[in-house]
Write a protein that binds this ligand. Structure first.
Ligand code: ADP
Ligand code: MG
Length: 212
């Protein structure tokens, strides 16, 4: 790969995705350095979700290749890529406690280790005493902090965020974008953050890429 991409975490090159109705993503390339937060900015329908799904391995590519830490992962199944995708909402299980949600992806871990990891993440997102609370008792902002804790619990090597704050009010959105940035830096997690909101992108990212 080219010299500028050496040491990169993610390199996506010339990704093309088609739906029956037409092209959703055409020859799109980007890279994310280790520990870097890159925002992808574009209006609704510009292919942002398609891009994240393609990188996660959830969308078949017509062409293009995806590398992580120099390894070609284009044909690696989603669950073996070590990436986590976080959405706007609908992602927490309402019948489980906050702690059970955060620990959900750690089902193979021994229970004491899992409990320690859950406590660590709840402290990082500033909700240390929330473990026993029901999901239904959280505000929208708290729910997204719990979702962030759950996404980071398995220590993903890349976090893909699909408009994670779009359901929230503007003031809260800016505050939480700042909070997400701090948390990603604290955990040294490289991230690709898609949004249609320029202010949010500027708050969260080291670098902004516009969808064509
Ligand atoms: P964004 O996330 O930026 O709003 P999307 O990636 O969801 O954009 O969509 C890009 C384009 O692909 C849009 O024209 C959308 O209508 C189309 N599209 C998205 N998902 C599907 C699908 N499952 N089947 C067919 N077309 C789709
Ligand atoms: Mg979308």
């Amino acid at each position: 790969m080219p010299g500028s991409e050496l040491g990169a975490a993610l390199v996506a090159r010339d990704l093309t995705v088609n739906y029956e109705e037409g092209v959703a993503l055409a020859d799109f390339s980007l890279s994310v350095a280790q520990g870097e937060i890159v925002a992808v900015l574009g209006p609704s329908g510009s292919g942002k979700s398609t891009l994240l799904r393609a990188i996660a391995g959830l969308e078949p590519l017509v062409s293009g290749r995806i590398f992580f830490a120099g390894e070609d992962v284009t044909n690696v199944p989603t669950h073996q890529r070590g990436f986590v995708l976080m959405f706007q909402d609908g992602q927490l299980f309402p019948h489980l406690s906050v702690a059970a949600n955060v620990g959900y992806g750690l089902f193979k871990w021994p229970p004491p280790k899992r409990a320690a990891r859950v406590a660590e993440l709840l402290a990082i997102v500033g909700l240390p005493d929330y473990g026993d609370r029901p999901i239904t008792a959280l505000s929208g902002g708290e729910a997204q902090r719990v979702a962030l804790a759950r996404s980071l619990a398995p220590n993903p090597r890349l976090l893909l965020l699909d408009e994670p704050l779009s359901a929230l009010d503007a003031d809260l959105r800016t505050a939480l974008a700042d909070f997400i940035r701090t948390t990603l830096k604290e955990t040294a997690t490289p991230a690709l953050y898609v949004t249609h909101d320029h202010t949010e992108a500027a708050c969260v990212a080291d670098r902004i890429i516009e969808m064509p």
